[in-house]
Structures are given as structure tokens and as C-alpha cells.
Design a protein around this ligand. Structure first.
Ligand code: ATP
Length: 241
């Protein structure tokens, strides 16, 4: 299908993605389109292929077959091409992930020896921005996510919900096109989970980003615009979503 017309709002277009690990068919011909400003939940029983699909969409792994394409960043020169993520080598996918995507995982994967603001500033520092400028920008994000005053706490001195907000700030600091979240509220109680989802949704959608959330929690999925359900590596209800 051509990348034209109404597709101008599409940020990720995955076509017929298949992922096999030996004899395990983790994904069998999944096609998914994700638009800017859209929050999409991925649900399904354990082993249905949710994380594998997230990894293929985010360029963490290369699918066995099929294509994953990524639109140019918002405001980029018209000449910038669509990138076929699934054709890139490891180094190029790693760069793409750093520059275009943000990630939030269940256990945050924050560095315990660093403070909240140092953790949140990491993507900017990796991109070559000075420590001072990176930490100033990260501090703005922490304040926007309700963590003003906690910038200098180490991760172990924060609650689970606060630590997830630091992970969300870290995912947002470089204004990624897509934020991928794998069970971002899996370790939180329902009230904190709801608060963290609000922060995650607002901080992504308000700036025109897209959000892809893997979750087992129907309440989390209900907060998203759309729910994709996977069963045995296929989308329930047909191969396209
Ligand atoms: N690196 C790997 N090597 C071998 N098999 C794998 C690998 N990653 C995933 N699988 C298999 O692929 C299938 C899908 O796994 P995946 O992690 O995507 O499921 P999931 O829906 O995210 O499950 P869960 O909800 O338990 O996290 C499973 O059968 C899993 O064992």
C-alpha cells in the first residue's frame, strides 16, 4: 500500500510481520498501523506475542519476514524518506531507537546509582547535549510529571509510582515519535497505575507522539484509543489493525 494520502498521519506501518524463534512462531503475519497522537494497547494471554510485536515495531529485533516502516519526524524536511526499520542493521536500529523512540518498562530500568534528574537526562547526554542543558530540560520534564523537588533523589529513595514517572520523563526528554511501554504499570497498585497511565498518556499524546502499551490490565487498555488483541501470534479479528 502506498505511503500517501490519508496515511500522512501514520507513524508506523507494519506489514505481514512474522517472527520465529526456532520452531516457535511468535508472530504469524501481523499487520498494524499506528498514527501520530494515538494510544494503542496490545493485549493477549502470556506467550501470545505482545512483547515480540513491540520489539519488532520498535526495531529492537529484526522480524523473520515482513516490513516495519517509520514515517519521517514531524516537521522534518519533505525530502526525508520513510525508513524501513526492518531492513536496518543492528547499529542503525540502535541509533533509530535512541533518536526516534522512547521506552518504559515494568521495572523502569533506571540506574540506581544516579539521581532522578540524571536518569531522566541520559538520552539527551547520549545525544551529545551538555550535562547542564540536559539536566535542565530533564528537570522541566520531572516537574511537569509531578516530581518537582525530587530531582536529586536516587531511584531507591522514590516510590514505585515516582520511579515510573522518572522512567516516563526519560522516555519523553528527546520528544520521540513513539513511546513503547511494556507493562509500565505491572508492578503498581491500581490507584498508582491509573495515575501513571494518565501521566504517560498525557505526556505522549499532548505533544503529538504515539503510544504503544503492552498490558495484561483491562483498565490500562481501556485508557487507550484502540486495543489490539493477540492470540498465538496473530491478531484476533483479522491480520490488519
Ligand atoms: N528470544 C526468544 N527466543 C525463543 N523464544 C522466544 C523468544 N522471545 C519470545 N519467545 C517465544 O515467543 C512466544 C511469544 O513471546 P512474547 O514474549 O512475545 O509473549 P507475550 O505475549 O509478550 O507474553 P507475556 O505476557 O508472558 O510477556 C512465546 O512462546 C515465547 O516463549
Amino acid at each position: 500500500m502506498p505511503w500517501t494520502g490519508p496515511m500522512h498521519t501514520v507513524v508506523i506501518d507494519a506489514i505481514n510481520v512474522t517472527q520465529s524463534f526456532g520452531h516457535t512462531h511468535a508472530l504469524s503475519g501481523v499487520s498494524v498501523r499506528i498514527s501520530r497522537g494515538e494510544a494503542v494497547a496490545m493485549m493477549g494471554t502470556s506467550g501470545s506475542g505482545k512483547t515480540t510485536l513491540l520489539h519488532c515495531l520498535a526495531g529492537i529485533t529484526q522480524p523473520t519476514s515482513g516490513t516495519v516502516r517509520l514515517a519521517p519526524p514531524i516537521g522534518a524536511a519533505a525530502s526525508l524518506p520513510v525508513v524501513t526499520v526492518s531492513d536496518l542493521g543492528d547499529g542503525e536500529r540502535s541509533r533509530l531507537r535512541r533518536e526516534r523512540f522512547g521506552f518504559v518498562f515494568q521495572q523502569g530500568l533506571l540506574l540506581p546509582e544516579l539521581t532522578a534528574v540524571e536518569n531522566a537526562a541520559l538520552p539527551l547526554m547520549v545525544a551529545g547535549i551538555s550535562r547542564t542543558a540536559a539536566q535542565q530540560h530533564a528537570a522541566h520534564w520531572l516537574a511537569a510529571l509531578g516530581l518537582g523537588g525530587l530531582e536529586d533523589r536516587r531511584i531507591g529513595q522514590l516510590s514505585g509510582g515516582q520511579a515510573q514517572r522518572v522512567a516516563i520523563a526519560r522516555a519523553q526528554v528527546n520528544a520521540p515519535d513513539v513511546v513503547f511501554a511494556d507493562e509500565p504499570t505491572g508492578a503498581l497498585d491500581s490507584t498508582t497505575s491509573d495515575e501513571v497511565m494518565t501521566v504517560l498518556l498525557d505526556s505522549t499524546i499532548d505533544r503529538g507522539g504515539a503510544l504503544v502499551v503492552v498490558t495484561h490490565d483491562e483498565a490500562v487498555a481501556a485508557r487507550c484509543h484502540r486495543v489490539l488483541r493477540l492470540c498465538d501470534g496473530r491478531l484476533v479479528g483479522g491480520p490488519h489493525a
